[in-house]
Write a protein that binds this ligand. Sequence first.
Ligand code: AMP
Length: 221
Amino acid sequence: MRIVLVGPPGAGKGTQAAFLAKNLSIPHISTGDLFRANISQQTELGKLAKSYMDKGELVPDEVTIAMAKDRMEQPDAENGFLLDGFPRNVKQAEALDEMLKTEGMKLDAVLDLEVPEEEVVKRIAGRRVCRNDSSHVFHVSYKPAKQEGVCDLCGGELYQRDDDSEETVRTRLEVYHTQTEPIIDYYKSQGLVVTIPALGKVEEVTQRAMEALRQKVGDKN
Ligand code: AMP
């Protein structure tokens, strides 16, 4: 199964992607995580990406598309993948279509996580992420760690992402509305979009997403 996950920053894409990918036995490919790995390894790509990420802007398409393509060509992604954070504008969506077409493949579904804007801001401001595993996500009020600053799951250090500051979040939301939301219409015209409300318990949202995907992909078979 080849799936794209979309939704505003703070919609819980990373958390849901990790569960969904596990349930569906496909790799979770997050361009944000790939950039963060490059930043911690201090690669040239990491340095370039950081200068955009810190401002909440998109990293240029050329390097993003090349990085995503390289990851999608790894053997574990041969039979499917769940893309989280890519594509993030119409140009990237077109590049992805082109890439898949060359291989005689296509997407099965685009899962759109819907969250009210006020909720998004609250979620991001209190979000704390584990340095060891970005799918270990906590929240200072909604889901506090047992010991402050320490991941309940693996003992890793919890930190606030540099781009989760209030000012950067505002830019990221603006970027989402102007650049990323148009891909939803792009995919609607291909009949691929399923929208689910992403409010409620993490497990409930995962269940909702699995059911929606089952219906969508089942429809096509
Ligand atoms: P995320 O972890 O998905 O929230 O991404 C964090 C940041 O990484 C974004 O705000 C962008 O600066 C950058 N980024 C991630 N994915 C992309 C993409 N597909 N295109 C451009 N920039 C991206």
